[in-house]
Design a protein around this ligand. Structure first.
Ligand code: PSU
Ligand code: MN
Length: 314
């Protein structure tokens, strides 16, 4: 598409043919997001879940200084190993300074997906307003990106160690619709519910596609968030998680951690404190989200084809 953003052949062809495509981030699959070998397992399960719906997966990353959308299996090793975290503001630097591997966060992935013309993105949990934001000012760039790029993000809500009520408030401020997938509650990542109501509920991929079309027709430039609660059987009990979270946040404060290093540190501490029980939950929710994202991409592609048949000018 341009010398900076490189599409893989399968993604380029799918987009050309208006077939459904789902973008994925790479931070979650790098050592910053999940321990090895769970990261490789997570990646394969997400790719398989998307392919099973008939959509084409498009992993985003920076490799050898090139912003990539779609990474073929031969190069998966590159993102599974050590990587530098790349949020949206880091992308131009990662390209200009030719980073070996830049693992894209939600914000960077949304920027690349939008640039490539991909309308659906899947992840585990989005970043949000940190619990100490009142003093630290730490609000994830993910939220700004959700407000800026016209992409549907499928997630299990925001990571549970964040301030979830304020994260929801922030999404409202940005004008981002938040839709609960077959649920009235806002999930809390590896817990089924945060106890907070989700602003709106949807029960099918077609319903999400209808919201997206209406949003575009109304001229809204933002993304849409679809929250998928993980299955009860895969969840980590909320009280166990809260204890692990409190411990992880105290440790982070003791060690003086802040900024981009905070999230990988907290995720790692929670994985250890729950004796690895948060990791299978993380895999299960990532896979479930990928499957829902695939279904939404398929429904959107069908809807767009149908609207185009009725009105070729669309
Ligand atoms: N949730 C996970 N694993 C992750 C992340 C979220 O379970 O690795 C990553 C995502 O890439 C998300 C990023 O975009 O953390 C947010 O980081 P920060 O809080 O620094 O904005
Ligand atoms: Mn931050």
């Amino acid at each position: 598409m341009n010398p900076t953003v490189h599409l893989s052949p399968s993604v380029a062809q799918a987009l050309d043919e208006h077939r459904p495509v789902v973008a994925l981030e790479s931070t979650i699959f790098s050592h910053l997001g999940l321990p090895s070998p769970a990261n490789a397992d997570a990646l394969q399960r997400c790719l398989d879940a998307i392919s099973a719906t008939g959509a084409v997966p498009a992993i985003t990353a920076v490799i050898d200084g090139r912003a990539r959308v779609g990474i073929e299996p031969g190069e998966h090793e590159r993102i599974l190993g050590p990587a530098r975290k790349a949020a949206s503001r880091d992308l131009p630097v990662a390209v200009a300074q030719r980073w070996d591997v830049g693992a894209t966060t939600v914000s960077a992935s949304l920027a690349l997906a939008a640039r490539a013309g991909i309308g659906v993105f899947t992840t585990g949990g989005i970043g949000g307003v940190h619990r100490d934001a009142a003093t630290s000012g730490d609000v994830s760039a993910d939220l700004g990106a959700l407000g800026s790029y016209p992409v549907v993000t499928v997630c299990a809500g925001a990571k549970a160690f964040l301030d979830l009520p304020r994260t929801l408030e922030h999404l409202e401020m940005l004008g981002v619709p938040v839709l609960g997938w077959a649920s009235d509650e806002f999930p809390a990542f590896t817990s089924v519910s945060s106890g907070l109501p989700v602003p709106h509920r949807v029960d099918s991929a077609e319903e999400v596609a209808a919201v997206v079309t209406a949003q575009r027709d109304l001229g809204s430039p933002t993304g849409v968030v679809v929250t998928v609660p993980l299955a009860e059987a895969d969840a980590v009990p909320a009280d166990e998680l809260e204890a692990a979270t409190a411990e992880a946040l105290t440790a982070a404060e003791r060690e003086g951690l802040s900024g981009p290093a905070l999230t990988p540190f907290v995720l790692d501490r929670i994985a250890t404190a729950t004796e690895g029980r948060s990791v299978p939950a993380n895999l299960a929710l990532a896979e479930a989200n990928a499957s829902v994202a695939g279904a939404i991409a398929v429904a959107l592609a069908e809807r767009e084809a149908e609207l185009h048949r009725v009105d070729p000018a669309r």
